[in-house]
Design a protein around this ligand. Structure first.
Ligand SMILES: [Zn+2]
Length: 488
């Protein structure tokens, strides 16, 4: 893209959205974020339960956060299963939920005149689940089926498999989001109830609301809902009343991990300086796949402590690969001998960890070479950074425009903004992170890119997962140096 056009685009889109977001920690411990948008025609509510993610589970508990997420929609003692979905629909919205490594997310977007009802419904759903044995028996089957489906979804399987080698052995972040089948089969409704009572306290909640509302209105509506119960007020079930008493021990945000130690190079993920590879799947598991996808993971700087580097990582991701563009996209499509069909780069910040992930899809036969080409292109880009390359400067400006555009696009809608605000709060992003983001992206220089590549995108320190290639298939193609490297 010509520099003049790039400059023009930047000039027209850099104005960040007005910074009217109100952030407060309520007496109950709830993190409240309200973005008043008087002209919006919907209200978005995003709730994140920090502390109810798969990274907060012990190996024995792995899968409980996801099971609880499912079971919360199965009603309270006074509402039957399915009632909540119908209630949200009448308010004009469709509720959804998602289990993540750092927490569980719940979201809905409703008509402005119904947002208080929606908030009240979330309050009931999150605080008073009945966890009936009979419902769990049914839902367990649904979850086991979902786990089977996830095995066939390349993205979910790829990131999960990469996680098993990208983090140190025994690290909670390496656990599967949905747990093991054995765990899910073993869990009882009582296990779910105990996990819920421990992790769903008000002090673990982040509530973000965006739409024609004010912070005062939201606070008033929340007031009676998540208030700690008065002493001895009891409740139908002692255990549930207990769950929302904000004792420090119970409701302290759960963070089982100290930030990882950095090696001298700052990017040492494993004990050695050779790539760590996830074992390949068996032939039986992979026969249905026509294509293979290689995932490369690199330790990345944490967004919480290095917000400038986080902005640079987002920019580097776009510079490297986006659709079939970016330097990796161009190199792979330009190579007629390789059948590569897509390549992508992503910076994935988490509460206690961050990863930079590259993944490319192509024919099974070519996947080893595709990996080699990516590694080669990283070295070329690093050399270009050092060489005062004018074309690279221009590419970087283009990438920055794309990143800024993505950010503005995301925050344009009420649901996009509520999701973004709650996400940043769950991660523990520093104050004003969102407001300074555009400015930080604009400041990213070739020197920053060069530094990130030298410190983090070190080929020898990558972790690798290949989906779609079985051990037998890999042995047949072992003339390829990269594809034949030792498999863990
Ligand atoms: Zn699920």
């Amino acid at each position: 893209m010509p520099a003049a056009i790039t400059a023009l685009i930047i000039a027209t889109i850099v104005a960040p959205p007005p910074t009217t977001v109100v952030r407060q920690v309520l007496p109950s411990g709830i993190h409240l974020l309200v973005s008043p948008r008087p002209d919006a025609r919907l209200v978005a509510i995003e709730i994140r339960v920090r502390g109810a993610g798969s990274a907060h589970e012990t190996p024995d508990q792995n899968g409980l956060a996801h099971a609880v997420e499912h079971m919360l929609f199965k009603g309270t003692d006074s509402t039957p299963a399915g009632a909540f979905d119908a209630q949200f629909e009448r308010m004009g919205g469709e509720a959804s939920a998602q289990t993540l490594r750092d927490g569980t997310a719940f979201r809905v977007c409703v008509f402005p005149e119904r947002w208080k009802d929606a908030l009240a419904t979330w309050g009931e759903l999150l605080q008073k689940p009945s966890f009936r044995e009979v419902d769990w028996a049914t839902e367990r089957t649904v979850i086991l089926r979902e786990m089977g489906v996830a095995q066939s979804e390349t993205t979910r399987l790829g990131l999960q498999t990469l996680s098993t080698v990208a983090y140190p052995l025994g690290d909670p972040y390496s656990q599967p989001l949905m747990g093991s089948r054995a765990n899910v089969e073993r869990f009882t409704a009582c296990d779910l109830r105990i996990f819920h009572a421990k992790q769903y306290g008000a002090a673990n909640l982040t509530i973000a609301v965006s739409g024609p509302v004010t912070a005062e209105e939201v606070k008033a509506a929340l007031g009676p809902m998540f208030a700690p119960p008065a002493p001895n007020s009891g409740g139908a079930k002692g255990e549930e009343a207990e769950a929302f008493r904000p004792t420090a021990a119970r409701n302290a945000p759960v963070s089982p991990l100290a930030p990882p130690e950095l090696g001298a190079g700052g990017a040492n993920m494993g004990p050695t300086d050779v790539p760590i590879r996830a074992p390949l799947f068996t032939d039986e598991e992979q026969t249905a796949r026509q294509l293979a996808t290689v995932y490369l993971g690199f330790r990345a700087p944490r967004l919480q402590t290095e917000p400038e580097n986080a902005a640079a990582c987002d920019t580097l991701a776009v510079l490297l690969a986006r659709g079939m563009g970016g330097v990796l996209g161009e190199r792979l499509t330009g190579d007629k001998k390789l059948n590569a069909i897509s390549v992508n780069a992503e910076y994935l910040p988490q509460t206690d960890r961050a990863l930079f992930v590259l993944h490319a899809t192509g024919t099974k036969r070519d996947i080893g070479q595709i990996e080699d080409v990516i590694i080669d292109e990283l070295a070329i880009l690093k050399a270009r950074c050092a060489g005062g390359d004018a074309a690279l400067e221009e590419l970087l400006e283009g990438a920055k425009s794309v990143v800024i555009g993505q950010e503005l696009y995301q925050r344009e809608t009420v649901d996009g903004e509520a999701k973004y605000l709650a996400y940043l709060d769950m991660l523990g992003a520093p104050d004003g992170y969102a407001d300074k983001y555009v400015e930080r992206v604009r400041a990213v220089s070739v020197a920053d890119i060069s530094r990130l590549m030298g410190q983090y995108l070190v080929p020898a320190k990558r972790s690798v997962a290949v989906i779609g290639l079985s051990a037998i298939g890999a042995a047949a193609a072992s003339s390829n140096a990269s594809g034949s490297e030792a498999v863990q």
